[in-house]
Design a protein around this ligand. Structure first.
Ligand code: ADP
Ligand code: MG
Length: 488
Protein backbone atom coordinates (compact mmCIF):
# COMPACT_ATOMS: atom_id res chain seq x y z
CA UNK A 1 0.00 0.00 0.00
CA UNK A 2 1.29 3.37 -0.92
CA UNK A 3 1.87 5.67 2.01
CA UNK A 4 2.30 9.08 0.53
CA UNK A 5 3.15 11.03 3.63
CA UNK A 6 3.60 14.18 1.56
CA UNK A 7 -0.12 14.74 1.82
CA UNK A 8 0.32 15.13 5.56
CA UNK A 9 2.07 18.41 4.96
CA UNK A 10 -1.02 19.98 3.52
CA UNK A 11 -3.58 18.71 5.97
CA UNK A 12 -4.99 21.33 8.27
CA UNK A 13 -6.43 21.09 11.75
CA UNK A 14 -9.88 20.99 10.23
CA UNK A 15 -8.86 18.12 7.96
CA UNK A 16 -7.78 16.10 10.96
CA UNK A 17 -10.88 17.12 12.82
CA UNK A 18 -13.14 15.81 10.10
CA UNK A 19 -11.00 12.70 9.62
CA UNK A 20 -11.34 12.00 13.33
CA UNK A 21 -15.07 12.63 13.09
CA UNK A 22 -15.31 9.93 10.39
CA UNK A 23 -13.32 7.59 12.61
CA UNK A 24 -15.62 8.25 15.53
CA UNK A 25 -18.67 7.69 13.41
CA UNK A 26 -17.25 4.34 12.37
CA UNK A 27 -17.71 3.06 15.89
CA UNK A 28 -21.33 2.66 15.04
CA UNK A 29 -21.47 2.85 11.29
CA UNK A 30 -19.63 1.03 8.64
CA UNK A 31 -20.37 3.99 6.40
CA UNK A 32 -20.77 7.20 8.35
CA UNK A 33 -23.62 9.42 7.18
CA UNK A 34 -22.31 12.77 5.93
CA UNK A 35 -24.58 14.64 8.33
CA UNK A 36 -23.18 12.71 11.25
CA UNK A 37 -19.62 13.55 10.21
CA UNK A 38 -20.67 17.18 10.00
CA UNK A 39 -22.22 17.12 13.44
CA UNK A 40 -19.31 15.39 15.13
CA UNK A 41 -16.78 17.68 13.49
CA UNK A 42 -18.88 20.72 14.34
CA UNK A 43 -17.24 23.03 11.82
CA UNK A 44 -18.97 26.28 10.97
CA UNK A 45 -20.36 27.29 7.61
CA UNK A 46 -20.57 23.83 6.13
CA UNK A 47 -16.82 23.53 6.54
CA UNK A 48 -17.08 19.76 6.91
CA UNK A 49 -18.18 19.31 3.31
CA UNK A 50 -15.33 21.37 2.01
CA UNK A 51 -12.91 19.36 4.09
CA UNK A 52 -14.46 16.07 2.99
CA UNK A 53 -13.75 17.06 -0.58
CA UNK A 54 -10.10 17.50 0.29
CA UNK A 55 -9.93 14.23 2.21
CA UNK A 56 -11.50 12.44 -0.74
CA UNK A 57 -8.99 13.97 -3.10
CA UNK A 58 -6.19 12.65 -0.92
CA UNK A 59 -7.89 9.25 -0.63
CA UNK A 60 -8.07 9.48 3.13
CA UNK A 61 -11.77 8.70 3.11
CA UNK A 62 -13.93 6.71 0.76
CA UNK A 63 -17.34 7.88 -0.37
CA UNK A 64 -20.20 5.45 -0.46
CA UNK A 65 -23.69 6.35 -1.55
CA UNK A 66 -25.10 2.85 -1.86
CA UNK A 67 -27.54 3.11 1.01
CA UNK A 68 -27.16 6.74 1.95
CA UNK A 69 -24.61 9.46 1.47
CA UNK A 70 -21.68 8.48 3.66
CA UNK A 71 -17.97 8.08 4.20
CA UNK A 72 -15.54 5.66 5.73
CA UNK A 73 -11.84 5.87 6.51
CA UNK A 74 -9.39 4.27 4.13
CA UNK A 75 -6.27 2.62 5.50
CA UNK A 76 -4.41 5.73 4.42
CA UNK A 77 -6.74 7.90 6.48
CA UNK A 78 -6.22 5.59 9.44
CA UNK A 79 -2.43 5.71 8.88
CA UNK A 80 -2.49 9.49 8.97
CA UNK A 81 -4.48 9.64 12.19
CA UNK A 82 -2.04 7.28 13.89
CA UNK A 83 1.03 9.02 12.51
CA UNK A 84 -0.25 12.45 13.48
CA UNK A 85 -1.08 11.29 17.00
CA UNK A 86 2.35 9.76 17.49
CA UNK A 87 4.09 12.82 16.08
CA UNK A 88 2.09 15.02 18.43
CA UNK A 89 3.21 12.82 21.30
CA UNK A 90 6.79 13.40 20.26
CA UNK A 91 7.42 9.72 19.54
CA UNK A 92 8.92 10.47 16.14
CA UNK A 93 9.23 13.43 13.82
CA UNK A 94 9.62 12.06 10.31
CA UNK A 95 8.75 9.06 8.18
CA UNK A 96 11.39 7.48 5.98
CA UNK A 97 11.65 4.61 3.55
CA UNK A 98 9.65 1.42 3.60
CA UNK A 99 11.77 -1.41 4.97
CA UNK A 100 9.38 -4.29 4.96
CA UNK A 101 6.13 -5.54 3.66
CA UNK A 102 4.38 -8.44 5.28
CA UNK A 103 1.17 -10.02 4.21
CA UNK A 104 -0.69 -7.93 6.68
CA UNK A 105 1.59 -5.06 7.51
CA UNK A 106 3.83 -2.37 6.09
CA UNK A 107 7.00 -1.40 7.90
CA UNK A 108 8.69 1.98 7.59
CA UNK A 109 11.63 3.70 9.13
CA UNK A 110 10.77 6.71 11.23
CA UNK A 111 13.15 9.14 12.91
CA UNK A 112 12.91 10.94 16.20
CA UNK A 113 13.72 14.60 16.68
CA UNK A 114 17.30 13.70 17.68
CA UNK A 115 17.78 11.49 14.63
CA UNK A 116 17.30 8.06 16.18
CA UNK A 117 15.80 5.74 13.58
CA UNK A 118 12.95 3.49 14.72
CA UNK A 119 10.67 1.03 12.94
CA UNK A 120 6.97 1.73 12.40
CA UNK A 121 4.70 -1.22 11.71
CA UNK A 122 1.29 -0.43 10.24
CA UNK A 123 -0.99 -3.41 10.58
CA UNK A 124 -3.19 -4.15 7.59
CA UNK A 125 -5.39 -6.83 8.84
CA UNK A 126 -7.76 -8.08 6.28
CA UNK A 127 -5.44 -7.27 3.42
CA UNK A 128 -4.99 -10.91 2.61
CA UNK A 129 -7.28 -12.71 4.96
CA UNK A 130 -10.32 -10.66 4.17
CA UNK A 131 -11.48 -13.22 1.65
CA UNK A 132 -11.36 -15.81 4.37
CA UNK A 133 -13.19 -13.46 6.67
CA UNK A 134 -15.78 -12.82 3.99
CA UNK A 135 -16.32 -16.50 3.48
CA UNK A 136 -17.27 -16.72 7.12
CA UNK A 137 -19.81 -13.99 6.72
CA UNK A 138 -22.66 -15.85 8.37
CA UNK A 139 -20.57 -16.52 11.37
CA UNK A 140 -19.20 -13.02 11.46
CA UNK A 141 -22.63 -11.52 11.40
CA UNK A 142 -22.86 -12.57 15.01
CA UNK A 143 -19.52 -11.08 15.83
CA UNK A 144 -20.08 -7.61 14.60
CA UNK A 145 -16.87 -6.18 15.89
CA UNK A 146 -14.83 -8.21 13.42
CA UNK A 147 -13.64 -5.87 10.77
CA UNK A 148 -10.38 -4.67 9.35
CA UNK A 149 -10.09 -1.47 11.31
CA UNK A 150 -10.82 -3.04 14.63
CA UNK A 151 -8.72 -6.11 14.00
CA UNK A 152 -5.75 -4.07 12.85
CA UNK A 153 -6.01 -1.99 15.98
CA UNK A 154 -6.23 -5.09 18.13
CA UNK A 155 -3.24 -6.68 16.39
CA UNK A 156 -1.07 -3.64 17.03
CA UNK A 157 -2.13 -3.50 20.65
CA UNK A 158 -1.35 -7.16 21.06
CA UNK A 159 1.96 -6.90 19.29
CA UNK A 160 2.98 -3.96 21.42
CA UNK A 161 1.94 -5.64 24.67
CA UNK A 162 3.71 -8.90 23.86
CA UNK A 163 6.85 -7.19 22.63
CA UNK A 164 7.04 -5.17 25.81
CA UNK A 165 6.43 -8.13 28.12
CA UNK A 166 8.92 -10.32 26.25
CA UNK A 167 11.53 -7.57 26.28
CA UNK A 168 11.04 -7.11 30.02
CA UNK A 169 11.71 -10.83 30.46
CA UNK A 170 14.96 -10.71 28.56
CA UNK A 171 13.80 -12.16 25.26
CA UNK A 172 15.62 -10.88 22.17
CA UNK A 173 12.85 -8.78 20.66
CA UNK A 174 12.75 -5.17 19.41
CA UNK A 175 12.18 -2.57 22.12
CA UNK A 176 8.50 -1.62 22.18
CA UNK A 177 8.32 2.17 22.03
CA UNK A 178 4.68 3.13 21.54
CA UNK A 179 1.45 2.15 19.92
CA UNK A 180 -1.53 4.01 18.48
CA UNK A 181 -4.44 2.59 16.54
CA UNK A 182 -2.99 0.03 14.09
CA UNK A 183 0.53 1.36 14.41
CA UNK A 184 3.41 0.04 16.53
CA UNK A 185 6.67 1.89 16.99
CA UNK A 186 9.67 -0.23 17.97
CA UNK A 187 13.43 -0.16 17.81
CA UNK A 188 14.97 -0.83 14.43
CA UNK A 189 16.57 -4.26 14.31
CA UNK A 190 19.98 -4.40 12.68
CA UNK A 191 20.47 -7.33 10.38
CA UNK A 192 18.29 -9.28 7.98
CA UNK A 193 15.48 -11.76 8.12
CA UNK A 194 16.98 -15.24 8.37
CA UNK A 195 15.28 -16.17 5.12
CA UNK A 196 17.70 -13.91 3.27
CA UNK A 197 20.80 -15.45 4.81
CA UNK A 198 22.52 -18.04 2.68
CA UNK A 199 25.46 -18.84 4.91
CA UNK A 200 26.13 -18.93 8.63
CA UNK A 201 29.41 -19.21 10.52
CA UNK A 202 27.82 -21.30 13.24
CA UNK A 203 24.58 -22.77 12.00
CA UNK A 204 24.47 -25.24 14.90
CA UNK A 205 24.69 -22.51 17.48
CA UNK A 206 22.03 -20.44 15.77
CA UNK A 207 19.81 -23.49 15.47
CA UNK A 208 20.26 -24.29 19.17
CA UNK A 209 19.59 -20.71 20.19
CA UNK A 210 16.40 -20.59 18.18
CA UNK A 211 15.05 -23.89 19.49
CA UNK A 212 16.05 -22.82 22.99
CA UNK A 213 13.97 -19.68 22.52
CA UNK A 214 10.88 -21.62 21.54
CA UNK A 215 11.27 -23.72 24.66
CA UNK A 216 11.92 -20.72 26.90
CA UNK A 217 8.89 -18.96 25.47
CA UNK A 218 6.75 -21.98 26.32
CA UNK A 219 8.21 -22.02 29.82
CA UNK A 220 6.91 -18.48 30.12
CA UNK A 221 3.51 -19.64 28.96
CA UNK A 222 3.64 -18.52 25.34
CA UNK A 223 3.88 -19.90 21.82
CA UNK A 224 4.87 -17.64 18.95
CA UNK A 225 2.82 -19.49 16.31
CA UNK A 226 4.73 -17.96 13.41
CA UNK A 227 8.25 -18.81 14.44
CA UNK A 228 10.02 -19.13 11.13
CA UNK A 229 12.81 -17.72 8.98
CA UNK A 230 10.68 -14.68 8.08
CA UNK A 231 10.24 -13.60 11.66
CA UNK A 232 13.78 -14.15 12.91
CA UNK A 233 16.23 -11.36 12.25
CA UNK A 234 19.95 -12.08 12.40
CA UNK A 235 22.85 -9.64 12.45
CA UNK A 236 26.47 -9.93 11.33
CA UNK A 237 27.45 -11.41 14.69
CA UNK A 238 24.72 -14.02 14.22
CA UNK A 239 22.76 -12.59 17.09
CA UNK A 240 19.07 -13.17 16.59
CA UNK A 241 16.00 -11.04 17.27
CA UNK A 242 12.46 -12.37 17.11
CA UNK A 243 9.74 -10.19 15.57
CA UNK A 244 6.03 -10.35 14.69
CA UNK A 245 3.83 -11.24 17.65
CA UNK A 246 0.15 -10.66 16.87
CA UNK A 247 -0.59 -14.36 16.51
CA UNK A 248 1.00 -15.56 19.77
CA UNK A 249 -1.08 -17.75 22.02
CA UNK A 250 -0.93 -19.05 25.54
CA UNK A 251 0.29 -22.58 26.29
CA UNK A 252 -3.20 -23.13 27.67
CA UNK A 253 -4.70 -22.68 24.19
CA UNK A 254 -6.51 -25.80 23.09
CA UNK A 255 -4.22 -26.16 20.06
CA UNK A 256 -1.09 -25.18 21.95
CA UNK A 257 0.74 -28.41 21.31
CA UNK A 258 0.05 -28.28 17.60
CA UNK A 259 1.27 -24.66 17.39
CA UNK A 260 4.37 -25.50 19.40
CA UNK A 261 5.20 -28.50 17.22
CA UNK A 262 4.60 -26.45 14.09
CA UNK A 263 7.06 -23.75 15.22
CA UNK A 264 9.67 -26.41 15.98
CA UNK A 265 9.02 -28.13 12.68
CA UNK A 266 9.48 -24.89 10.72
CA UNK A 267 12.91 -24.39 12.23
CA UNK A 268 13.97 -27.98 11.64
CA UNK A 269 12.82 -27.85 8.03
CA UNK A 270 14.48 -24.55 7.29
CA UNK A 271 17.85 -25.47 8.84
CA UNK A 272 17.76 -28.80 7.15
CA UNK A 273 17.09 -27.33 3.74
CA UNK A 274 19.22 -24.21 3.92
CA UNK A 275 22.16 -25.36 6.07
CA UNK A 276 21.97 -29.10 5.67
CA UNK A 277 21.46 -29.69 9.34
CA UNK A 278 19.84 -32.99 10.05
CA UNK A 279 17.96 -33.66 13.26
CA UNK A 280 20.57 -36.22 14.37
CA UNK A 281 23.13 -33.49 14.48
CA UNK A 282 20.91 -31.53 16.74
CA UNK A 283 19.90 -33.75 19.56
CA UNK A 284 20.17 -32.90 23.22
CA UNK A 285 17.96 -29.86 23.08
CA UNK A 286 16.46 -28.55 26.27
CA UNK A 287 13.28 -30.36 27.06
CA UNK A 288 13.79 -32.76 24.18
CA UNK A 289 12.61 -36.28 24.00
CA UNK A 290 12.95 -39.04 21.49
CA UNK A 291 10.15 -39.49 19.02
CA UNK A 292 10.96 -43.16 18.67
CA UNK A 293 12.64 -42.77 15.32
CA UNK A 294 16.00 -41.74 16.65
CA UNK A 295 15.17 -38.06 16.23
CA UNK A 296 15.16 -35.84 19.18
CA UNK A 297 13.44 -32.53 19.36
CA UNK A 298 11.87 -30.28 21.97
CA UNK A 299 8.56 -31.63 23.06
CA UNK A 300 5.67 -29.57 24.31
CA UNK A 301 4.77 -32.03 27.02
CA UNK A 302 8.22 -32.11 28.54
CA UNK A 303 8.58 -28.33 28.67
CA UNK A 304 8.32 -27.16 32.26
CA UNK A 305 5.87 -24.32 32.16
CA UNK A 306 7.08 -23.24 35.56
CA UNK A 307 8.01 -19.69 34.80
CA UNK A 308 4.30 -18.95 34.66
CA UNK A 309 2.40 -16.97 32.14
CA UNK A 310 2.94 -13.36 31.19
CA UNK A 311 -0.73 -12.50 31.57
CA UNK A 312 -0.10 -9.93 34.26
CA UNK A 313 2.40 -7.95 32.28
CA UNK A 314 0.24 -8.22 29.21
CA UNK A 315 -2.78 -6.86 31.02
CA UNK A 316 -0.64 -4.02 32.36
CA UNK A 317 0.31 -3.07 28.82
CA UNK A 318 -3.33 -2.78 27.91
CA UNK A 319 -3.86 -6.15 26.30
CA UNK A 320 -6.38 -7.88 28.47
CA UNK A 321 -7.67 -11.42 28.59
CA UNK A 322 -10.84 -10.37 26.80
CA UNK A 323 -8.83 -9.05 23.89
CA UNK A 324 -6.66 -12.13 23.91
CA UNK A 325 -9.76 -14.28 23.63
CA UNK A 326 -11.05 -12.23 20.69
CA UNK A 327 -7.73 -12.42 18.92
CA UNK A 328 -7.49 -16.14 19.44
CA UNK A 329 -10.94 -16.59 17.97
CA UNK A 330 -9.84 -14.65 14.96
CA UNK A 331 -6.60 -16.61 14.65
CA UNK A 332 -8.58 -19.84 14.66
CA UNK A 333 -10.88 -18.41 12.03
CA UNK A 334 -8.02 -17.19 9.95
CA UNK A 335 -6.13 -20.46 10.21
CA UNK A 336 -9.19 -22.39 9.07
CA UNK A 337 -9.94 -20.08 6.21
CA UNK A 338 -6.35 -19.42 5.28
CA UNK A 339 -5.27 -20.40 1.84
CA UNK A 340 -1.65 -20.43 0.90
CA UNK A 341 -1.89 -16.98 -0.48
CA UNK A 342 -2.08 -17.64 -4.18
CA UNK A 343 -4.72 -15.01 -4.62
CA UNK A 344 -3.08 -12.41 -2.47
CA UNK A 345 -2.47 -10.38 -5.49
CA UNK A 346 -3.70 -6.91 -5.11
CA UNK A 347 -1.59 -5.25 -2.49
CA UNK A 348 1.33 -7.41 -1.60
CA UNK A 349 3.61 -6.21 -4.30
CA UNK A 350 6.65 -4.04 -4.42
CA UNK A 351 7.15 -1.88 -1.44
CA UNK A 352 6.67 1.69 -2.46
CA UNK A 353 9.65 3.87 -1.76
CA UNK A 354 8.69 7.05 -0.07
CA UNK A 355 10.40 10.27 0.66
CA UNK A 356 11.24 11.13 4.17
CA UNK A 357 8.95 13.71 5.59
CA UNK A 358 9.36 15.87 8.59
CA UNK A 359 5.98 16.18 10.22
CA UNK A 360 4.83 19.10 12.28
CA UNK A 361 3.61 18.48 15.76
CA UNK A 362 1.06 21.21 15.70
CA UNK A 363 -0.72 21.41 12.49
CA UNK A 364 -1.38 24.76 10.95
CA UNK A 365 -2.88 25.83 7.67
CA UNK A 366 0.54 26.88 6.51
CA UNK A 367 2.50 23.82 5.50
CA UNK A 368 5.92 24.38 7.00
CA UNK A 369 7.39 20.93 7.17
CA UNK A 370 10.75 20.28 5.67
CA UNK A 371 10.73 17.72 2.94
CA UNK A 372 14.04 15.99 2.63
CA UNK A 373 14.60 13.63 -0.17
CA UNK A 374 16.14 10.40 1.01
CA UNK A 375 17.29 7.27 -0.56
CA UNK A 376 14.37 5.41 -1.87
CA UNK A 377 14.17 2.20 -0.01
CA UNK A 378 14.95 -1.25 -1.13
CA UNK A 379 11.79 -3.17 -0.56
CA UNK A 380 11.97 -5.45 2.39
CA UNK A 381 11.02 -9.04 2.52
CA UNK A 382 7.89 -10.68 1.37
CA UNK A 383 6.98 -12.71 4.34
CA UNK A 384 4.77 -15.65 3.83
CA UNK A 385 3.10 -15.90 7.14
CA UNK A 386 -0.23 -14.51 8.03
CA UNK A 387 -0.65 -12.19 10.91
CA UNK A 388 -3.50 -10.85 12.81
CA UNK A 389 -4.36 -7.30 14.03
CA UNK A 390 -4.47 -3.61 16.79
CA UNK A 391 -4.96 -0.14 19.18
CA UNK A 392 -6.28 3.15 19.05
CA UNK A 393 -6.65 6.22 20.86
CA UNK A 394 -6.58 9.59 19.37
CA UNK A 395 -7.12 12.99 20.69
CA UNK A 396 -8.62 15.68 18.61
CA UNK A 397 -6.36 18.53 19.49
CA UNK A 398 -8.04 21.45 17.83
CA UNK A 399 -10.40 23.55 19.83
CA UNK A 400 -13.99 23.12 18.83
CA UNK A 401 -15.26 25.69 16.46
CA UNK A 402 -18.67 24.18 16.04
CA UNK A 403 -21.76 26.10 16.84
CA UNK A 404 -23.71 23.16 18.15
CA UNK A 405 -21.13 22.04 20.69
CA UNK A 406 -21.25 18.40 19.65
CA UNK A 407 -17.57 17.94 20.10
CA UNK A 408 -16.75 20.30 22.91
CA UNK A 409 -14.33 17.99 24.65
CA UNK A 410 -11.18 16.68 23.12
CA UNK A 411 -12.27 13.42 21.64
CA UNK A 412 -10.70 10.07 21.92
CA UNK A 413 -11.72 7.41 19.54
CA UNK A 414 -10.87 3.77 19.22
CA UNK A 415 -11.92 3.55 15.62
CA UNK A 416 -13.98 0.52 16.42
CA UNK A 417 -16.60 -0.31 13.86
CA UNK A 418 -19.59 -2.26 14.93
CA UNK A 419 -21.07 -3.37 11.68
CA UNK A 420 -19.65 -5.44 8.92
CA UNK A 421 -21.72 -5.62 5.82
CA UNK A 422 -19.38 -4.34 3.22
CA UNK A 423 -18.67 -6.65 0.36
CA UNK A 424 -15.25 -5.30 -0.32
CA UNK A 425 -12.91 -3.50 2.01
CA UNK A 426 -9.99 -3.43 -0.32
CA UNK A 427 -9.13 0.23 -0.66
CA UNK A 428 -7.08 -0.16 -3.78
CA UNK A 429 -9.93 -1.67 -5.71
CA UNK A 430 -11.97 1.40 -5.01
CA UNK A 431 -9.54 3.89 -6.40
CA UNK A 432 -10.97 3.93 -9.89
CA UNK A 433 -14.48 4.40 -8.67
CA UNK A 434 -13.32 7.25 -6.56
CA UNK A 435 -11.76 9.02 -9.49
CA UNK A 436 -14.83 8.60 -11.63
CA UNK A 437 -17.05 9.81 -8.89
CA UNK A 438 -14.87 12.77 -8.21
CA UNK A 439 -16.40 15.50 -10.33
CA UNK A 440 -19.93 14.58 -9.46
CA UNK A 441 -19.12 14.29 -5.82
CA UNK A 442 -17.38 17.63 -5.72
CA UNK A 443 -20.54 19.18 -7.05
CA UNK A 444 -22.58 17.38 -4.47
CA UNK A 445 -20.30 18.42 -1.64
CA UNK A 446 -20.49 22.03 -2.74
CA UNK A 447 -24.24 21.76 -2.76
CA UNK A 448 -24.30 20.20 0.69
CA UNK A 449 -22.03 22.90 1.94
CA UNK A 450 -24.27 25.62 0.63
CA UNK A 451 -27.25 23.90 2.18
CA UNK A 452 -25.48 23.69 5.51
CA UNK A 453 -24.62 27.37 5.35
CA UNK A 454 -28.19 28.24 4.49
CA UNK A 455 -29.44 26.05 7.30
CA UNK A 456 -27.08 27.71 9.74
CA UNK A 457 -28.33 31.13 8.70
CA UNK A 458 -31.94 30.09 8.93
CA UNK A 459 -31.18 28.09 12.11
CA UNK A 460 -32.82 25.07 10.58
CA UNK A 461 -31.50 21.58 10.20
CA UNK A 462 -30.55 20.88 6.62
CA UNK A 463 -33.37 19.06 4.88
CA UNK A 464 -31.02 16.25 3.97
CA UNK A 465 -30.43 15.38 7.59
CA UNK A 466 -34.12 14.91 8.13
CA UNK A 467 -34.62 12.72 5.12
CA UNK A 468 -31.48 10.92 4.10
CA UNK A 469 -30.52 9.68 7.49
CA UNK A 470 -32.78 9.12 10.43
CA UNK A 471 -31.51 9.05 13.97
CA UNK A 472 -32.49 5.89 15.68
CA UNK A 473 -33.05 5.21 19.34
CA UNK A 474 -34.30 7.33 22.15
CA UNK A 475 -31.88 10.24 22.34
CA UNK A 476 -31.08 12.73 19.66
CA UNK A 477 -27.89 12.27 17.73
CA UNK A 478 -26.45 15.28 19.47
CA UNK A 479 -26.93 13.85 22.91
CA UNK A 480 -25.49 10.54 21.72
CA UNK A 481 -22.38 12.24 20.49
CA UNK A 482 -22.06 14.14 23.71
CA UNK A 483 -22.32 10.92 25.65
CA UNK A 484 -19.70 9.34 23.46
CA UNK A 485 -17.44 12.33 23.73
CA UNK A 486 -17.61 12.09 27.51
CA UNK A 487 -16.73 8.42 27.39
CA UNK A 488 -13.73 9.03 25.19
P1 ADP B 1 4.14 -9.26 9.18
O1 ADP B 1 3.36 -9.40 10.44
O2 ADP B 1 3.36 -8.58 8.14
O3 ADP B 1 4.80 -10.53 8.75
P2 ADP B 1 6.70 -8.46 10.31
O4 ADP B 1 6.65 -7.89 11.68
O5 ADP B 1 7.13 -9.88 10.21
O6 ADP B 1 5.32 -8.22 9.54
O7 ADP B 1 7.66 -7.54 9.42
C1 ADP B 1 7.83 -7.73 8.05
C2 ADP B 1 9.26 -7.43 7.67
O8 ADP B 1 9.59 -6.09 8.04
C3 ADP B 1 10.27 -8.29 8.40
O9 ADP B 1 10.51 -9.49 7.71
C4 ADP B 1 11.49 -7.41 8.45
O10 ADP B 1 12.21 -7.48 7.25
C5 ADP B 1 10.92 -6.02 8.57
N1 ADP B 1 10.85 -5.59 9.98
C6 ADP B 1 9.83 -5.73 10.83
N2 ADP B 1 10.10 -5.21 12.05
C7 ADP B 1 11.35 -4.70 11.96
C8 ADP B 1 12.22 -4.02 12.88
N3 ADP B 1 11.85 -3.75 14.13
N4 ADP B 1 13.43 -3.65 12.43
C9 ADP B 1 13.82 -3.90 11.16
N5 ADP B 1 13.06 -4.53 10.25
C10 ADP B 1 11.84 -4.94 10.64
MG1 MG C 1 6.26 -11.59 9.72
Amino acid sequence: MKLDVNALRYLTKDDFRVLTAVEMGMRNHEIVPAELVDRIAGLKHGGTYKVLRNLLKNKLVHHDATKYDGYRLTYLGYDFLAIKTLVNRGVFASVGRQIGVGKESDIFEVATEDGTVLAMKLHRLGRTSFRAVKSKRDYLRHRRSFNWLYLSRLAALKEFAFMKALGDHGFPVPTAVDCNRHCVIMSLVQGYPLVQVKELQNPDDVFDTILGLIVRLAEHGLIHCDFNEFNIMIDDDEKITVIDFPQMVSVSHRNAQMFFDRDIECIYKFFNKRFNLTSEENEEQDGSESDGEGNSRPSFLSVKKAAGSLDKELAASGFTRKEQVEMEKYIDEDAEGHDSGSDDDDEVGDAVPIDSLKIDRDHSDEPDCTLTSRDSGVPGTFSEEHGTSCSGENRLESSPSGSNGDAKEALESEGKMLSQEDEDNDDSSLDHDEEEEDAELTKKLNKQRKKAIAAAHGRRRPASSRNAYKDKGKGTMNSKIQRQACKW
